[in-house]
Write a protein that binds this ligand. Structure first.
Ligand code: SF4
Length: 400
């Protein structure tokens, strides 16, 4: 009914590093040629944890956008925008908050984890508890079909789906829906109408999922239907409700895990990160001083790659022969750690070269990034406004 679309955002809380690149940005770049993608700077989300120091947000926003472009996000393929420039996100967040049970937010697993991890910040705020709901609004407002996430974010997508379902259930009632839906069935033509009714019965009475899929495919190909009739018929298939918000799917992507220089999660706050556009000398220095297998005190001691963060870098950056050279050389003390680190240094620097090149025009002329984002804001806002028109109408707030 609605076109497939990907929505994803990142919080501007500091420079992007290689962990962000391998964990998320690479996926974005892979998807942008497959599906329409909307990528946004989640500046309001940054405020949920950094409300007491917002100075970082504006600068990080522009730096992060340059990082995205440097990494290969292509504004001719994807829409790049800033969340707060599309205030409809806030309106939908507010409206969804009216009907979202508090327990749904409290049981999101990352809520408790974050409270523990960020114990030094006061996160007992209304905004922080509500951030998964703001995330839901960010996605539902574009009727996104796919949201790229890591394993830990899957419960958030589940909650978004529940919120969309609940919304459609509560507000998808349309006066005279049944009659309007039956009129729309007639507009399919007698052969298709008969098939539609059969498939609807097969799904509703016998729970046949393939009947639902077949009916949806038929509606997709029915040229004669207006948009509104098509929406009604999609809703009529599954019940007697109009589908206003779309349930998104989690799109799990197998991203290689790149740890920080010390083997923990890469994070600026741990001081173990390599920035996406780090200078060559800094990359060299950071990798050369990385801790290695603690058992290799002397050059002559044999080591074990599995205990060494450098090996995890090799798994991301090195080809099979190099990996074999590391395994053998480490376990037999045939190579020294500095020797072992050199191919990693070379590979990171090689991978960063095109990023530095792509970033340069944007650094030379910052108005280029402003213009890309201004266009993206317009595109996103139009889509968001279409959804909000339907949402307001469904909730009795259209005042026409
Ligand atoms: S040789 Fe390589 S893998 Fe082995 S401990 Fe040294 S840096 Fe780590």
């Amino acid at each position: 009914m609605y076109p497939d679309r990907v929505v994803s955002g990142m919080r501007p809380t500091g420079p992007m590093h290689l962990g962000h690149y391998h964990g998320a940005l690479r996926n974005w770049i892979g998807m942008q040629s497959e599906l329409p993608c909307l990528f946004f700077v989640a500046d309001w989300h940054a405020l949920t944890t950094h409300y007491d120091d917002p100075s970082l947000i504006e600068r990080s926003t522009w730096d992060m956008l340059v990082d995205w472009l440097a990494a290969g996000v292509d504004p001719s393929q994807a829409t790049l925008f800033i969340q707060s420039r599309v205030p409809e996100h806030a309106e939908l967040h507010l409206l969804l908050s009216m009907a979202t049970p508090l327990g749904w937010l409290e049981r999101v697993p990352t809520y408790k984890d974050q409270i523990d991890n960020l114990a030094h910040r006061d996160l007992a705020t209304y905004g922080f508890l509500g951030y998964p709901l703001l995330q839901a609004a960010d996605v539902l407002i574009y009727r996104a079909s796919d949201v790229p996430v890591g394993e830990d974010q899957v419960p958030h997508i589940e909650m978004m789906r529940e919120i969309a379902r609940r919304f459609n259930h509560l507000y998808g009632k349309e006066k005279g829906f049944e009659e309007k839906a039956q009129d729309a069935v007639k507009k399919l033509g007698s052969k298709r109408a008969k098939l539609y009714n059969e498939l609807r019965t097969a799904y509703q009475q016998d729970g046949k999922d393939e009947a639902l899929e077949q009916a949806k495919a038929m509606l997709d190909s029915a040229q004669s239907l207006s948009m509104i009739d098509r929406e009604r018929l999609f809703g009529y298939l599954e019940g007697s409700r109009k589908l206003i918000l779309v349930e998104p799917q989690a799109r799990l992507t197998a991203a290689p895990r790149l740890p920080g220089l010390d083997g923990r999660k890469m994070s600026k706050s741990y001081g173990n990160a390599i920035a996406l556009r780090e200078g060559k000398d800094v990359v060299t220095k950071k990798v050369r001083t990385m801790p290695t297998d603690p058992a290799r005190v002397r050059r002559s001691d044999a080591g074990e790659p599995e205990r060494c963060p450098v090996w995890q870098f090799h798994q991301v950056y090195s080809d099979a022969p190099t990996q074999q050279w590391v395994q053998q050389g480490c376990r037999s003390a045939g190579i020294g750690c500095l020797e072992c680190k050199q191919p990693v240094i070379d590979a990171i620097i090689r991978a960063q070269e095109p990023m530095h090149e792509r970033a340069q025009p944007y650094l030379d002329d910052p108005t280029l990034v402003r213009a890309i984002v201004a266009d993206g804001n317009d595109v996103a806002r139009k889509l968001a406004q279409e959804t909000m028109r339907d949402v307001r109408e469904a909730m009795g707030l259209a005042y026409t």
